[in-house]
Design a protein around this ligand. Structure first.
Ligand SMILES: *[C@@H]1O[C@H](CO)[C@@H](O)[C@H](O)[C@H]1NC(C)=O
Length: 379
C-alpha cells in the first residue's frame, strides 16, 4: 500500500490507568512464556547502589523503579584521545579511541580530544529471573545502560526509560545489551540520547527475544550522520537469535534500524518507522527477515543496499497467503508513506517459523496513530 501521509495531525494520548505493582500483560512472539521475577515481592530501590545490587544478585526479583537513577558522574570522567570520522562540525558525533578503534579503523580521521562520563561505558549487569518495571512514567535509568549477558535467562524490562549515555560519543555506551541469553522481553521501554546502540544483541546466541511497544527515540544533538538523527538504532547480531519486534516506534534515526545478520531470524510486525533520514533495515549474511503490517512514513531507504541476507517483505496478498501454512493466517501487507520500497519475496523464510511462537499481526491501517500514542515508557 502506498500513501502520502499515514499520520493524522494530533494523536490524543490515552489516559494512563493505575495498576498493581508488577509486570503488566505477557510477551507475544518468541519470548512468550517469559516470567522474569515471577511472584517475588516487589522491591523499590532508592539508590543507584541498591538498584545495581538487586539487578545483579541471584534472587528472582520484581524491581520497581519509581524515580530517576542517575549514574552520571558516579564513576568520574575520562579525558583521552578520539577521532572524528564524520568531521568536526558541531552536529557530528566523534568516537572515543576505545579498544584502539580509531587507530585500527579510522587512522586517517582527524584526531580530537574527548571527555566522556565513565559510568556510560559498562552497563549494569542483569541476572536471571528479574523483572524491572517502571511505576507510571517515573522509572528512568540515566547515564548507564543494562546488560543481560553471560547466560542470564528469563528477564523482563518493562515501562522504563534509559537515557543520556554519552550521546556525543561513539563507544560512549549502549542502552540495552543482550548477549548469550534466552527469554528476554523488552516492553514499553523508551531509549533516548545514547552514544552507541539503543539496543544490541551480541554475537553469541540470544535465543528467544521479544521487543514490543517500545520507543527508540533517535533525536540527538550529535549524530554519525551529522543531521540530528541517531545512526546506531537496533543491532541484531546472531548465532541463533530469534527476535520479535512488535508495535515499536522507531523515530528520527538514520541507520541500523535494525541491522540484522549472522543467523538471526527476525519477525518485524506492526512497527512504525518514522522520519528515518538514512536507512531502516540493513540485512547482512545470515539475516532472515519477515516484515509484515509495518508502517514506513518518511523513510528515505527502507532496506540498505546491498542486501546480503534474506527477506520476505509480505509483497502482495497472493504471496502473503503462503504464510498460512506455518502462521495459520496470511501475512499482512506493509504500508509506505513517502518512503522507499521494500522488495523481498523469499518465501523460504516462512518455514523457519515452524514450531515457534509467532506474534499476531494487524493490517497497517491505524498502526501509525496507535503506535504514536501507545509505544514507549509511561504508556
Ligand atoms: C531462575 O529460575 C529457574 C526456575 O525457577 C531456576 O531453575 C534457575 O536456577 C534460576 N536462575 C538463577 C540464576 O537463579
Amino acid at each position: 500500500m502506498k500513501y502520502g501521509s499515514l499520520i493524522a495531525a494530533a494523536a490524543a494520548a490515552f489516559a494512563s490507568t493505575a495498576s498493581a505493582a508488577g509486570v503488566v500483560g505477557a510477551a507475544e512472539g518468541f519470548a512468550q512464556g517469559v516470567t522474569g521475577g515471577g511472584n517475588a515481592s516487589p522491591v523499590y530501590p532508592t539508590t543507584t547502589a541498591e538498584l545495581v545490587s538487586y539487578l545483579g544478585d541471584s534472587q528472582p526479583r520484581v524491581i520497581m523503579l519509581d524515580r530517576t537513577f542517575d549514574f552520571t558522574g558516579t564513576e568520574g570522567t575520562e579525558t583521552t584521545s578520539g577521532c572524528a570520522p564524520w568531521g568536526t562540525a558541531s552536529q557530528c558525533q566523534v568516537a572515543i579511541n576505545l579498544h584502539s578503534w580509531c587507530d585500527n579503523y579510522e587512522a586517517s580521521a582527524p584526531k580530537v580530544t574527548v571527555t566522556y562520563d565513565k559510568a556510560g561505558i559498562l552497563p549494569i549487569t542483569v541476572n536471571s529471573n528479574k523483572s524491572i518495571v517502571g511505576v507510571g512514567s517515573k522509572g528512568v535509568i540515566k547515564g548507564k545502560g543494562l546488560r543481560v549477558v553471560n547466560g542470564a535467562k528469563n528477564v523482563i524490562i518493562q515501562n522504563i526509560a534509559v537515557t543520556d549515555i554519552n550521546p556525543k560519543y561513539v563507544w560512549g555506551g549502549d542502552a540495552i545489551t543482550v548477549d548469550n541469553s534466552d527469554l528476554v522481553w523488552i516492553d514499553h521501554v523508551t531509549t533516548a540520547r545514547i552514544g552507541r546502540q539503543h539496543i544490541v544483541l551480541g554475537t553469541d546466541a540470544d535465543n528467544r527475544v521479544t521487543i514490543s511497544y517500545s520507543l527508540i527515540d533517535g533525536r540527538s544533538d550529535y549524530s554519525a550522520t551529522c543531521n540530528g538523527h541517531h545512526y546506531w538504532g537496533v543491532y541484531l547480531d546472531g548465532n541463533n537469535d530469534m527476535v520479535t519486534l512488535k508495535g515499536n516506534y522507531f523515530y528520527y534515526l538514520s541507520g541500523r534500524m535494525p541491522k540484522v545478520q549472522t543467523n538471526t531470524l527476525l519477525h518485524a510486525v506492526n512497527n512504525l518507522f518514522h522520519n528515518i533520514q538514512g536507512h531502516a533495515f540493513e540485512i547482512g549474511t545470515g539475516g532472515y527477515v519477515l516484515a509484515e503490517g509495518n508502517v514506513f512514513q518518511d523513510v528515505d531507504t527502507v532496506v540498505e543496499a546491498p542486501m546480503n541476507g534474506q527477506l520476505f517483505s509480505s509483497p502482495d496478498t497472493n504471496t502473503n497467503a503462503q504464510c498460512a501454512s506455518v502462521f495459520g493466517r496470511s501475512c499482512q501487507l506493509n504500508a509506505f508513506g513517502n518512503s522507499g520500497a521494500m522488495s523481498g519475496s523469499d518465501t523460504s523464510i516462512i518455514s523457519r517459523f515452524a514450531g515457534k511462537n509467532i506474534a499476531t499481526a494487524h493490517p497497517p491501517t491505524n498502526i501509525a496513530q496507535w503506535t504514536m500514542s501507545n509505544a514507549g515508557q509511561g504508556k
